[in-house]
Design a protein around this ligand. Sequence first.
Ligand code: C2O
Length: 302
Amino acid sequence: MDHTFPIAPIHVDQPPRHEYLGLSRREFLRLAGAVSALGIAALACDVSSIASVIYNRPVRKDITSSAAATDIATYAHAIDLMKALPMSDGRNWTRQSQIHLNLCRHASWLVLPWHRAYLFYFEEICRQLTGVTTFALPYWNWTANPQIPAVFWSTLNYTPRTATSSSTASASSVGSSVISSMLAQPNFLLFAGPATVLNDTSQFGPGYGLLEGTPHNYIHGFVGGTMGSFSSPLDPIFWTHHCRIDELWMEWNVLQNHPNTNNTDWTNTQFTDFVDGNGNPVTINVFATILMPLLSYKYDTM
Ligand code: C2O
């Protein structure tokens, strides 16, 4: 494991179990190795104590819940700070969007881990710039709230968008029955997207999985404007949309108990597209993205 995971070492209720993500015991021990790379050697004496340390990590919350108010304010502040950085800094707001424009992975099994890593480092940048170590990105649950939440017309306002505050996303793309049937699909390649070769860097792969092809693509077009383009991360709604996509991947793993593929063309693919909270380039592989929701954040739905 060539990367360390910033986590929040707070006190503990009960440890997560390796089965939550469909990780084998061996994979969970690799997780332990990743944690010990943090340098918390005193805590790295056995797997269960490591698991305890990571249990109370930041929570990604529904953006319409009152619990999300602090994170919304921190998010807006982080965006201002990123906009104020020079273009030479990879954490600059426009530079962050250019990562997507020039390097994003779509239409394959890489779409989910690539965007998970993108959000992971973006969240780290927000924490680093604001100093709010408990910050987690809120998510927009368009199934429960098919109209764009009010905060995106005030604190997180952005133009251009095609949708207005009264536009309603179609239940046939984001409604609970289409989401439920999508989550019931146990085949990783059908749910997440078709295979690519190891370290494929093409921005467009062979086809869409259900999660990308249905609610993901639909919401980009529904919001419209910049969200309908590859510069979509310039709209603050992008990061909260992808947080919901990431949350559904977690639901598929954890609540539906469907395993990801263990094909090494997927798990060993490396991404070199991101910068960390200090603006330094990082290399991360797909296997590490599977561990992110165990080590760095969790969802209020879990
Ligand atoms: Cu790479 Cu939803 O976009």
